[in-house]
Design a protein around this ligand. Sequence first.
Ligand code: SF4
Ligand code: SF4
Length: 242
Amino acid sequence: MKGDISGLKEELSGLLLDGGAMAVGIADLSQAREAMTAYADSRLLRFNRAVSFAVAFPRSVIHQLAEGPSLTYLHYYRAVNTLIDELSLRVTALLETRGYHAFPIPSSQRTGKHKLASIFPHRIAAHLAGIGWIGKSGCLVNEQVGPRLRLGTVLTDAPLPPDAPGEVQCGQCTACTKACPAGAIKGRLFAPGVPFSERLDPELCDRYQDQVRDRFGKRVCGLCLVACPFGRIGSETTGSEQ
Ligand code: SF4
Ligand code: SF4
């Protein structure tokens, strides 16, 4: 039963916001074919739309990372991912009930040697859906919470009306580049055709987190999340320090 498509978009948005998402958008994936071909599993390229959503990460937990690695951060990393997977399943069920195909992307699934390898780039869908922009850190940055969020994506063939992509707002800021203890962030913005390795070196990030594991017992860092001026809490600035 395929009903009013704008009504379906509102229904999806309501489901996600009521369930704990802080931002929702629809991505037109045909706008980023080059990036999709480079980063996504080729079997997923038949989908033209993505329902993209963000769940905010507790900011005070992220900011504890400035004092050192934290087990609390790892606990909530798993908890937020579980919530995202649950929401993705609910979105998928709703789309399938309405007669469309839908494919939920796992919230966190390492498929390659490096932690950033996955079957589909959540951050590209989130950027296209207007949730934010891909910052110099390689993270999706949202105006309200900065990179202190995690993303969910459900691919679909439902012809949902897309949102406008997020505008890049990093400007001259270099906070994440300076904060990275591994020297992994190269200070370049995402651009179609620019290889990922020219923006961030995942091996350096991985190696640093291996060193943390040697002394702390777990792989964790997140200093690039702490450093971003967008969405800081408390007495710290909210907005761009460009
Ligand atoms: S997680 Fe740490 S090592 Fe990796 S890019 Fe961010 S700041 Fe650098
Ligand atoms: S710290 Fe600055 S350069 Fe890095 S993602 Fe945030 S705004 Fe962009």
